[in-house]
Design a protein around this ligand. Structure first.
Ligand SMILES: *Cc1c(COP(=O)(O)O)cnc(C)c1O
Length: 352
């Protein structure tokens, strides 16, 4: 079986080997306060910064998931004011979570075919502007340049970016925002169970003024612990080790990015020029995600494609939320191999 589900997705082929190494080296039993763990934690953070081009001054925290990051931002960074800019189900979910904790936050909803115009996004100094960089539910993305311009237009705000299904797959301009987060079961090619939260010095400075210290995962508490490369609870040490091994083995992000774009272009040629029954949900190429493809078809066709795919050993992503019956999704994540994409294209040929 090869999984094209956009998370949890295909893991790197070497993950079982890394796991075996973790067992052989006693990593499954090491203490999360031990020197051994501190060395793993430090090395993983260094590799992440190096391979993904994250500014040296930014901090990285290990958490359990992207959902936890939604909560951390709501409790530790947003005091009252925030605006959530979104066009799909994950962005909306984030907004709803924040609203439960901070009822005064606002939303700015845009059409999934629409490219955001930064000059229309000037806010009256909300503390935090929240973007879903890659909307996994409908296969759209907000480009680096747009995030950069929104930052310029709102110099007093912090920018927080959900990059759960793009970090590790495409090059992100980390310097253009203050908070970024992702979980590892998407572009990092690992099993679920670990989230990464990336913060700028400006984000931490603001967190200090909010001064939330009520939760085990309050940002300031995470930061205190991370000063000695540790966490506030007993975390999944093995998964950090797996992440370390994956980050050691992957190419720098600019190179991974090129591969992903190249593969995306092949998928565009496949669906846009060859197919009548199967089409990109998103017609505007400028806003299409490079890592998550959402393909639209008649519900009966969607059903048939998914069922037949399974029989052929291929798992396709279900449509998400309201798009469940009219679409299926294909992950374009780095761990997927070229020959597997060829296999899927070959399979889909019968339906185009
Ligand atoms: C998958 C996903 C999430 C949720 O990730 P978890 O690891 O389940 O918390 C959040 N946002 C986006 C955009 C996602 O794709």
């Amino acid at each position: 079986m090869v999984s094209f589900y956009p998370g949890p997705s295909r893991v790197y082929t070497k993950v079982p080997l890394y796991l075996k190494d973790a067992y052989a080296q006693g990593i499954m039993s090491i203490n999360h306060r031990s020197e051994e763990f501190v060395a793993i934690s430090k090395k993983t953070v260094t590799l992440l910064k190096d391979k993904l081009n994250i500014p040296k001054s930014y901090s990285i925290y290990f958490v359990s998931s992207a959902t936890e990051c939604w909560e951390i931002i709501a409790q530790s960074v947003i005091e009252k004011e925030g605006v959530h800019i979104y066009n799909g189900a994950f962005g909306e979910k984030w907004f709803q979570y924040t609203k439960k904790l901070k009822p005064t936050v606002k939303s700015f909803i845009f059409d999934r075919e629409e490219e955001l115009i930064p000059d229309k996004l000037m806010f009256n100094t909300p503390e935090v502007i929240c973007f879903t960089q890659n909307e996994t539910a409908n296969g759209t993305q907000v480009k680096n340049e747009i995030i950069q311009s929104v930052r310029k237009n709102n110099p007093n705000s912090l920018l927080a970016v959900d990059a759960t299904s793009s970090m590790g797959g495409v090059a992100l301009n980390f310097a253009a925002a203050d908070i970024w987060f992702a979980s590892v079961q998407k572009c990092f090619g690992l099993p679920a169970g670990l989230g990464l939260l990336v913060c700028s010095p400006k984000a931490l400075e603001h967190a200090r003024s909010v001064n939330d210290r009520k939760h085990y995962n309050s940002l300031l508490f995470l930061d205190d612990m991370m000063k000695s490369w540790q966490t506030s609870y007993t975390l999944n040490v093995v998964e950090i080790y797996l992440l370390l091994r994956v980050m050691e083995s992957v190419k720098p992000i600019d190179s991974v990015h090129k591969t992903i774009i190249n593969r995306h272009q092949k998928w565009e040629a496949f669906f846009d020029t060859k197919s009548e029954q199967l089409n990109f949900l998103i017609k505007n190429k400028a806003v299409r995600s490079h890592t998550v493809l959402t393909i639209e078809a008649k519900p009966a066709v969607v059903e048939k494609v998914k069922t037949r795919a399974k029989q052929a050993g291929i798992i396709l992503g279900e449509g998400y939320g309201e798009l469940k019956s009219s679409t299926f999704r294909i992950a374009n994540f780095p761990a997927i191999q070229r020959k597997e994409i060829a296999l899927l294209m070959d399979f889909l040929h019968d339906f185009i």
